[in-house]
Design a protein around this ligand. Structure first.
Ligand SMILES: NC(=O)c1ccc[n+]([C@@H]2O[C@H](COP(=O)([O-])OP(=O)(O)OC[C@H]3O[C@@H](n4cnc5c(N)ncnc54)[C@H](O)[C@@H]3O)[C@@H](O)[C@H]2O)c1
Length: 269
């Protein structure tokens, strides 16, 4: 059901790779709610071509940008304001990648060039995106910026590897930049800590299939899907959450506050 929650609002959505991507589902949902936006992804992701389908469906333009390059981000922000006809109301950062995970390096055997690259893509890029927006004064008052994170920032999930450290940094950047964006521009900044979700990035984590089932059994409401995450993101982009900022918001069916569930006890009895 659509409620026109984002009617007249404009923004940028990072990270729609294919139809499983959380950003893809969010773009569809934002479109349904009346929002208009520019889609962006790394130039290498463009070559896979699927994002064009989403752009056609949502009447959006695509601007390639590597989120680790300040010059790409500055150009993206300025072109987006030209295309959309003014300042922005919402931005979704839905970007993650660990080279150590991709190359199968154990957490106790990191290659630090890989670590630095993964941190730049997954964590520092959020600061870079916000710095570009801030310097260009590109956000309207009461705008909303959201990034996606995972609970490995607070608790150990051994196979999440160096992404756990990247997410801890990302969540800290949301708080620190959220202070300045709130004070100076009345813009809110939050992270959504999402359940395990079967996407390209999610399935790259070792043991993902067993893990997603475990999380589902541990969550009183079951895992939150990518579609659920899109709904929650829309609420954070809407005017109904104007005073929510600098928060890490768990969107996980109750997993983060559950010690053990009946299903898990029965499994081990
Ligand atoms: N899937 C899960 O289980 C899960 C759980 C919690 C949080 N998250 C987070 O959700 C976000 C979205 O991931 P997803 O699960 O939808 O997977 P996904 O693989 O569909 O999306 C990741 C995106 O990051 C983009 N990207 C990589 N390098 C980039 C760069 N240099 N510049 C710009 N974009 C770049 C990829 O092209 C891709 O579109 C990530 O931050 C991820 O860590 C995922």
């Amino acid at each position: 059901m659509a409620y026109d929650l984002l009617k007249g609002k404009k923004g940028i959505i990072f990270g729609a790779l294919d139809e499983n991507s959380i950003a893809w589902k969010t773009a569809e949902r934002v479109h349904e709610e009346g929002g208009t936006f520019v889609l962006t992804n790394a130039p290498i992701a463009m070559r896979m071509g699927q994002i064009k389908e989403l752009a056609e469906k949502t009447g959006s333009e695509i601007i390639p940008a590597d989120a680790t390059l300040a010059e790409d981000l500055d150009a993206l922000v300025s072109k987006s304001m030209d295309i959309l006809g003014g300042k922005l109301d919402f931005v979704l950062h839905s970007i993650g990648m660990s080279v150590n995970v991709r190359k199968g390096r154990h957490y106790t055997d990191e290659k630090y060039d890989f670590t630095a690259k993964g941190w730049d893509v997954s964590a520092l890029s959020f600061h870079k995106v916000m710095q570009s927006l801030y310097k260009a004064d590109a956000m309207n008052e009461w705008g909303s910026i959201v990034a996606l994170t995972y609970m490995a920032a607070q608790r150990v999930f051994p196979d999440y590897n160096d992404m756990a450290d990247n997410k801890a940094y990302l969540e800290s950047v949301a708080r620190s930049f959220g202070y300045f964006f709130g004070k100076e521009k009345k813009v809110r900044v939050n992270t959504i800590s999402q359940s395990p979700t079967p996407t390209t990035a999610g399935q790259g984590v070792k043991g993902f299939d067993g893990f997603i089932t475990y999380a589902d059994k541990m969550s009183p409401l079951g895992n939150a899907t990518a579609q659920d995450c899109a709904d929650y993101t829309v609420s954070l982009f809407s005017d109904l959450t104007r005073k929510v900022t600098m928060q890490n918001l768990f969107h996980d069916g109750g997993f983060s506050n559950t010690g053990v569930s009946q299903e898990v006890i029965e499994h081990f009895s």
